[in-house]
Ligand binder design. Structure first.
Ligand code: FO1
Length: 312
C-alpha cells in the first residue's frame, strides 16, 4: 500500500492508516521539494512531520516540530542577528544535525530517513520521493521567484503567486524501489495534501506520474479542499491564483489523469455529481481528522476504495 504524502494532512491520515492496516505493509512516499538548507543544515519538513506525527511526538498545536520543544538555540542565534524566522527547536535541531552529518558522509536521503524512522520505532517505511535535490520555487508579485520556505514561512504564504516550479525535477531520479512499489501496490493513496506544492512535486519526479497513471484504477485521492477552502495552508489561494477552480471539482480535474476515485467531505456532497462528471468516481465521507478516531475512520473509507476491496 503506497501513500503519496506532503506534511500535516498526510501525516494525520497515516496515523489512521497504521491503525487500520498492518504498518509493515505501508509505504509513505514523501515530498522533499519543501526541503531547505539553513545554517548549513539539511531540513526536510515533510519527512520530519510524517515521522514525528507517527511517533506521537509532533507538536499538536503547529502540526510540525516536536511537542514540548524549547527554543534556546534560536534565542541565542537571535543575539547574532542570525536567521530566526524559520524556527528550529532545540530537539528538532538534533534531527537536522544527524541528517546533515550522514548526508555529508555520503549516505543518501532514503537511507538517512530510514535510520531516523527506525530511531523513532516506526514500522511503516518512510521514503523521500527522490534522493536528489528538488526545490519548489514560487513566483511572487513583489519579490519575483523565491524559495518555498521563504514564501511559506517568511512571507506567511500571504502574497500573490503567479507561478510555481520544481527546480531540479527534470534531473531527479525516483527513490530506489519507488517505481516498482507503485507498480505492485494493491492501492495507491493520494493524501489530503496540497495538490500543487506537496503532491505536485512528488508527481513531477520523472517516471512517478506515469507509474501512478498506469495504476489509475487503484488510485484513490482524498480532497484537501473542504467547502471551498483548505483546512490548512495555502492550497485554496494557490489553486485560485494558478487558474484552478477551488473546490472538490477543481481537485478532481487536477487528479483525473492519475486517480480513479476521489474522497470528498460530506460538506461537499452536493458536488458529487460534478466530480463524477469530471471523470472521477466520488466517495462522500467525513474527511476532517480532528483526532485518531476520525483519522482511522477515514483510513478505513480509503482502504475500502481499493479495487480488491482490501480490508483491514
Ligand atoms: N512552519 C512555520 O510556519 N514556521 C516555522 O518557523 C517553521 C519551522 C519549521 C521547522 C522544521 C520543520 O520540519 C517544519 C517547520 N515549519 C515551520 C513547517 C514547514 O514550513 C511547513 O509545514 C511545510 O514545509 C509545508 O508542508
Amino acid at each position: 500500500m503506497v501513500t503519496l504524502a506532503g506534511g500535516v494532512g498526510a501525516a494525520k491520515l497515516l496515523t489512521g492508516l497504521i491503525r487500520a492496516h498492518p504498518p509493515r505493509d505501508l509505504l509513505a512516499v514523501v515530498n522533499t521539494a519543501d526541503d531547505t538548507v539553513l545554517h548549513g543544515l539539511h531540513v526536510s519538513p515533510d519527512l520530519d512531520t510524517v515521522v514525528y506525527t507517527l511517533a506521537g511526538a509532533v507538536n499538536p498545536v503547529t502540526g510540525w516540530g516536536l511537542a514540548g520543544e524549547s527554543w534556546q538555540a534560536m534565542d541565542a542565534l537571535d543575539r547574532y542577528g542570525g536567521i530566526t524566522w524559520f524556527r528550529l527547536g532545540d530537539r528538532d535541531l538534533a534531527t537536522h544535525l544527524y541528517r546533515t552529518h550522514r548526508l555529508d558522509q555520503g549516505a543518501d536521503l532514503a537511507t538517512v530517513t530510514a535510520e531516523i524512522a527506525a530511531a523513532w520505532e516506526l514500522e511503516l517505511t518512510v521514503l523521500p520521493v527522490t534522493n536528489d535535490r528538488i526545490e519548489t520555487r514560487v513566483t511572487t508579485a513583489d519579490e519575483g521567484e523565491i524559495g518555498f520556505q521563504d514564501y511559506f514561512v517568511r512571507r506567511r504564504h500571504d502574497v500573490a503567486v503567479s507561478a510555481v516550479r520544481v527546480a531540479g525535477s527534470a534531473r531527479a531520479r525516483p527513490a530506489p524501489g519507488l517505481i516498482e512499489a507503485l507498480g505492485a501496490a494493491p492501492l495507491i493513496i493520494i493524501a489530503p495534501s496540497n495538490p500543487i506544492v506537496s503532491i505536485g512535486p512528488v508527481l513531477e519526479v520523472p517516471g512517478v506520474r506515469q507509474a501512478v497513471a498506469d495504476r489509475r484504477d487503484a488510485v484513490v485521492a482524498v480532497s484537501p479542499i473542504v467547502g471551498g477552502t483548505a483546512l490548512k495552508g495555502p492550497a485554496d489561494r494557490l489553486m485560485r491564483e494558478l487558474g484552478h477552480e477551488c473546490s472538490v471539482v477543481g481537485v478532481a480535474r487536477l487528479y483525473r489523469d492519475v486517480a480513479a476515485t476521489l474522497v470528498i467531505d460530506e460538506a461537499d456532497a452536493h458536488l458529487a455529481d460534478d466530480v463524477e462528471a469530471a471523470g472521477v468516481s466520488c466517495v462522500v465521507a467525513p474527511t476532517i481528522m480532528d483526532g485518531i478516531e476520525t483519522a482511522t475512520d477515514l483510513a478505513r473509507v480509503v482502504l475500502g476504495c481499493s479495487v480488491e476491496g482490501v480490508q483491514p
